[in-house]
Design a protein around this ligand. Structure first.
Ligand SMILES: [Zn+2]
Length: 190
């Protein structure tokens, strides 16, 4: 383990009110998942699960929310779902939320509500970009998010319109750039 990771874990373990780091370590061991990198919990950060190497990039958990995020990444490896993004995210969220609650008494309404939004965004993207038919969407997922196919259709069409607008704007910019000739390359350090 890198010294920076070790220092971070030591610092958090000393200040944590609950043994979050030990708990996540227990889950990692139980499911044979390794840490690619520990990060400091940050709202703007994107954490990852690498299926083939069974590794995760997770925040070193210091609160309920970051513990659930760390569990979510482990959940991806445990569940192994990769076909559709919405299903992969749904299963990881369900696993994280239920493992957190059952084994560690961690419940966060804020996390659960953002988890539903998160799965919904992936669902819309699957519909728009990966031709997921509305009739094939799993009913239990719809129920969990609390959304109807009617709303999905509406939101998917809205997303399509937005993309269409972005693409046509890009095309306009592309034509302008072509007419104005080659742009200067960014200065590089010698
Ligand atoms: Zn995920």
């Amino acid at each position: 383990m890198k010294k920076s990771s070790r220092d971070l874990l030591r610092k958090l373990a000393a200040t944590n009110k609950k043994p979050y780091i030990q708990w996540i370590r227990d889950e990692l061991t139980e499911h044979d998942v390794r840490v690619h990198r520990w990060g400091e919990f940050n709202w703007d950060e994107t954490y990852y699960a690498y299926f083939d190497s069974r590794r995760v990039f997770i925040p070193a958990p210091q609160c309920k929310y970051s513990m659930l995020i760390a569990l979510h990444e482990v959940g991806h490896i445990v569940k192994g779902e990769r076909l559709y993004a919405y299903l992969a995210e749904y299963q990881a969220e369900k696993w994280a939320i239920s493992t957190g609650a059952k084994k560690y008494g961690i419940v966060s309404k804020k996390y659960e509500s953002s988890a539903r939004d998160y799965v919904y965004q992936h669902l819309l993207e699957d519909v728009v970009f990966r031709q997921l038919p509305l009739t094939k969407i799993k009913k239990n997922v719809l129920k969990w998010i609390g959304v109807t196919t009617r709303k999905i259709r509406k939101d998917a069409l809205r997303l399509c319109a937005k993309i269409r607008e972005e693409i046509s704007t890009d095309l306009d910019l592309g034509v302008e750039a072509a007419l104005s000739g080659p742009r200067h390359k960014k200065a590089t350090k010698e």
